[in-house]
Design a protein around this ligand. Sequence first.
Ligand code: ZN
Length: 142
Amino acid sequence: MAAQCLYCPQCHKKYSTHLRLFDTLYDFSKAAPENCPACGSARELHITLDFQLGVGDGDFKVVHAFLPDKLESWLGEDEEEVTLYPFLVVLQGAGESKQFCWMPYWHVVGKEARFGQHALCLEHSQFESLAAQAQQKMLVPA
Ligand SMILES: [Zn+2]
């Protein structure tokens, strides 16, 4: 699906993380990764996606990761609570200025996070266009 690591731009060293992608993105949405243990510089979160966007080698820097302020939950099978985590992740290709909006999502049931298939990945300008149109036409939530 996707591999992730923390990258130190000073040491040019990659640190693998043993967290699940869900936890990595969730943590990143709350706070920046811990600094490099070797040199103390801020580290970047990098993700290698198994789909190509026509730029680079599939290695992307995670610029931002967002979750909605309010998450939606409901009762699923066996009356277990299901919570949807729809991420908006801004990706940038290595050495590229182009940014992409990747929208992976998980259904979390108990301790299990199930990855939703067919996450959307749009070029930033396309995402902006959609968001701007929606903002104009949609009712402002009360
Ligand atoms: Zn370092």
